[in-house]
Design a protein around this ligand. Structure first.
Ligand code: AMP
Length: 326
């Protein structure tokens, strides 16, 4: 079986975007790949994050993976900082990347425009991510469209390394799920639904209760065209159709047919109900898991042990290839 690697950053509460764009697909993919899923805690340090919030987010995110059905018997599930090889390989990746190519990363450019200060860590984010992927001889990396550029730079660095030092890294490929690649905000459907959002109404969090989910969908922005069609002119309606079709595992076309002749009220309430049906059992399980920190820590430790077995082998090979004495 091919190897799959993917991760989320514990920089905030996980959203419906994370769930539909990542976790839900992971759950399905873990049946067909040797999968490795990480809480990318080192990545979250690239922004200034409160210590307590970070700590809570790490436990919650790990617990969400388990609650959503990622299976530690089938897949490796761990926290990035528990495997020190990530930080070590990242340095090698930094040394192999040109300043110009790292400067072209859209995510970095966006932050630079928006934020008052940006850290060197944020600049080096794609190189840490490249190391994450390459440590595990990864074949496929399922990502949202926003992360595709980072998978591309990872491939470039890996090919550069192989050309310079001989065949070492497997060249991974990024894959984007057909639907759910980009879930947009509910109040501003031109903006990605993100953990870092200030406007609570724009985002559905996995931990939102049923009433909150219903209320947020009720307020979702649509338009005055009064037709349920997936198209550029109707970003709000299209986003609701995307969410509905992702959860129901149907195509956008089928979702459009399902809502034929119905109004926006029905589109919103049925989509809200679909989200509630999907998320509420996960939320319940998550609550139970969060109360058992010892169990979570035990699972984190087991996952990290399995991950290190692979990661340390790769790092040793890399060190040897570049001429370090090991
Ligand atoms: P992050 O939130 O940056 O830690 O992303 C974790 C994973 O969730 C990545 O694969 C992202 O592409 C995916 N993701 C985050 N937000 C969204 C969204 N609004 N729609 C689809 N996928 C998303």
């Amino acid at each position: 079986m091919e190897i799959l690697y993917s991760a989320t950053k514990p920089t905030g509460k996980l959203t419906l975007g994370n769930y539909l764009g990542a976790i839900k697909n992971w759950k399905e993919m873990q049946e067909n790949y040797n999968s490795i899923f990480a809480v990318a805690d080192l990545h979250s340090l690239t922004i200034n994050i409160d210590k307590k919030e970070l700590n809570d987010n790490i436990y919650t995110q790990f617990a969400t993976f388990l609650a959503a059905g990622l299976d530690p018997e089938k897949s490796i599930i761990y926290c990035q900082s528990h495997v020190k090889e990530h930080a070590e390989l990242a340095w090698i990746m930094n040394c192999l990347t040109y300043f110009g190519e790292a400067s072209r990363m859209t995510q970095f450019k966006d932050h630079k425009k928006k934020d008052k200060v940006v850290s060197v860590g944020l600049f080096a984010y794609p190189m840490l991510m490249a190391g994450d992927i390459l440590l595990y001889n990864t074949n496929v990396v399922p990502v949202g469209i926003d992360q595709m550029q980072h998978v591309e730079i990872c491939r470039d660095i890996a090919m550069r390394f192989n050309a310079r030092y001989g065949e070492t890294f497997v060249i991974p490929k990024g894959i984007i799920p057909k639907v759910g690649a980009k879930i947009m905000g509910l109040s501003d459907p031109t903006k990605k639904m993100a953990k870092s959002e200030d406007n609570e109404n724009n985002v559905i969090y996995i931990e939102d209760d049923d009433e909150t989910i219903r209320r947020k969908f009720k307020r979702a922005v649509t338009d005055s065209l009064n037709r349920i069609k997936y198209c550029e002119e109707q970003p709000g309606v299209s986003n609701l159709l995307t969410i509905f079709s992702c959860i129901k595992n149907i195509t956008i076309n089928e979702a459009e047919k399902h809502f034929e002749g119905l109004g926006y009220g029905e589109l919103k309430s049925q989509t809200a109900q679909a989200v509630i049906d999907e998320l509420s059992p996960i939320r319940q399980k998550l609550r139970e898991l969060k109360q058992n920190k010892t169990y979570l820590e035990e699972m984190m430790k087991k996952g990290a042990e399995k991950a290190r077995l692979i990661a340390s082998k790769t790092l040793n090979k890399v060190y040897r290839k570049i001429g370090l004495v090991i």
